[in-house]
Design a protein around this ligand. Sequence first.
Ligand code: SAH
Length: 379
Amino acid sequence: MNFRPPQVGYWRKPMATSLPLVFDPPRRAMPPRHFADLDEDSRSTAVADLGLPAFRGKQLANQYYGRLIADPQQMTDLPAAVREQVADALFPRLLDAVREIECDAGETRKMLWRAVDGTTFESVLMRYPDRNTVCISSQAGCGMACPFCATGQGGLNRNLSTAEILEQVRAAAVELRDRDHGRLSNIVFMGMGEPLANYNRVLGAVRRTVAAPPNGFGISARSVTVSTVGLAPAIRKLADERLNVTLALSLHAPDDELRDTLVPVNNRWNVSEALDAARYYADVTGRRVSIEYALIRDINDQPWRADLLGKRLHGALGPLAHVNVIPLNPTPGSEWDASPKAAEREFVRRVRARGVSCTVRDTRGREIAAACGQLAAEG
Ligand code: SAH
């Protein structure tokens, strides 16, 4: 059994004294400012700074969020004479598609993006009969070091800007529209990175994802899922924003002993603290919380752990919990594997027996390394 605990000390000591050391990525330059980074107020200022009348701001927003156009040369309601100036000041090209691969007969597509500084990251578009979901990245790499996740092995490169996050959403919406596949309906922050460790930029992206056009893409808040390792104070803060997006908590173990190694940030905010924050989220928003549980053979799939999971969730969240069991997706170099189907069925049965709703998540994209935990953005 290849059970390699991550650098646990990495969390224990610095966390107590200097949180920012752990959460701040290496100081890398962020990309140039983009229209999608701006809220309504800064948009008005930026437009005024260009010497343009205020109504141009709304026009630009209509083009970007409503018509999904990011190249001012294609904004036909903008006078040709100002297009270049607007492009230079507000619409730098942020992402280049380096590679696109698909599987599941084209229903799952993974995009590898390269930012202006060469940073790479991925997003995955999944088409289902009843919805279209894009799984987006909030950081290039990830600093959370969960040992079963490919992204976690490479460490954190840098935070993505709000516009870099929104450009992934826009690209997915364009792709669906241009191929006659309908509208983008769901966004999940389950790509690379820990969204709540890039809080302000992610929040800006969420706000403009759910805002009605022309101020945003107009995607329903309940169809936006923010997934976190369990940064308890940030979960509470997100609840207080009243955006009412769906929260997913990556629990993966009901006991601190195991969770300390599977999700190292548990050394800072343990199972009880993460569940208390999830309960707060559910109470404030009235939304059910998704509890993510990657089922790993002989690591966290024991019947007693299923019982304990059911018991703790029933106590902490009652009907406000829904467990998503994710069969572990293999990652390079790890000997860990998914649980056998019989063990998986028994696990689900036991969680349900405690009165907690529980289903197994359909995994997509395994063969193109696009499934949960497989994104590594190797160019
Ligand atoms: N950092 C956030 C979001 C990114 S990961 C978080 O941890 O929630 C999205 C989900 O995929 C998380 O629940 C994560 O634990 C899970 N995951 C990571 N690696 C996986 C793997 N190898 N197999 C299955 N799920 C995995």
